[in-house]
Design a protein around this ligand. Structure first.
Ligand code: BJW
Length: 227
């Protein structure tokens, strides 16, 4: 079966990484406009670097959980494409390969002046310079609001050729990812949501399994691998 999975912050919550929109989430003490837009970065690069330096450290200290690990097993039984909105590398550290990071990666840096992309140091600073062009324009390789998510042609293509689309731990608040279930469904895929609470776009799914990802994802993977 051709399965496309979209993961969000909820799959990494039980690894100790905060989600965005929970009451104790990442944006509780930060304005979205300040830390998740290119305008916020231009206005106060030190604040934005501090936010992502903190996130980079938290991601390094976190370990993949049972949900990340079970997706590896799924890939041995089915034709799986794994798309994540997450900027951590817990899928890769669980062993998944060819993960599509549509919102970028904490462990990469890029140059706003020349586009060069390189492994991010643990701590980035506004005075850093680009190793390729020398300009003081490095930024985290993260897709902020108003910027184009990455690998979209490939993602639309797999969604149009999936038998099953599964969203795991994402609230459905952010486009274009929030439109994937509708797009896959229109193209013939069954759509399943695995989440702690139903997402805002729950109506786009044929079925929901609610509960913590470390329980629901391995359980669902067991079922589909032995069906
Ligand atoms: C558990 C759990 C457990 C908890 N087990 N589950 C209409 C159509 C198209 C676009 C737009 C539109 N209206 C507005 C837009 C633009 C905008 C947008 O969507 N805005 C919304 C606010 C409406 N989108 C964009 O700007 C995107 N670009 C774009 O559209 O480009 C085209 C374009 C360009 C230029 C001009 C015009 C068009 C870019 C979006 C970039 C998002 N970036 C962020 C931050 C950067 C990454 C980072 O810092 O990490 O990405 S925003 C933030 O939200 C982050 C996440 O990846 C993303 C999604 O969040 P997620 O993963 O869903 O987390 P939460 O916290 O919301 O939810 C957690 C979930 O987990 C919950 O459901 C819990 O129940 C669950 N959970 N514990 C299982 N244990």
């Amino acid at each position: 079966m051709r399965i496309t999975i979209l993961t969000g912050a909820g799959i990494s919550a039980e690894s100790g990484l905060a989600t965005f929109r929970a009451s104790d989430g990442l944006w509780e003490n930060h304005s979205i406009m300040d830390v998740a837009t290119p305008e916020g970065f231009t206005k106060d690069p030190a604040l934005v670097h501090a936010f992502y330096n903190m996130r980079r450290k938290a991601a390094l200290e976190a370990q993949p959980n049972a949900a990340h690990l079970s997706l590896l097993r799924l890939a041995t039984h089915h034709d799986l494409t794994l798309v994540t909105q997450n900027v951590d590398d817990l899928h890769e550290r669980a062993g998944s390969r060819d993960v599509i990071h549509m919102h970028g990666a904490l462990n990469r840096a890029c140059c706003a002046a020349c586009g060069h992309n390189w492994p991010a140091p643990m701590v980035m600073h506004p005075k850093d310079s680009c190793p390729a062009c020398g300009k003081p324009s490095p930024r985290p390789d993260i897709v902020w609001f108003g910027e184009m998510p990455l690998h979209m042609e490939r993602i639309w293509d797999v969604l149009e050729n999936s038998d099953l689309f599964v969203a795991i731990g994402t609230s459905g608040n952010v486009y274009p990812a929030a439109g994937f279930a509708q797009h896959a469904g229109r193209n013939g895929a069954k759509c399943l949501e695995l989440n702690l609470e139903a997402s805002v776009n729950a109506d786009d799914f044929d079925q929901q399994i609610l509960g913590p990802a470390s329980m629901t994802v391995p359980g669902w993977v067991d079922d589909i691998c032995h069906a």
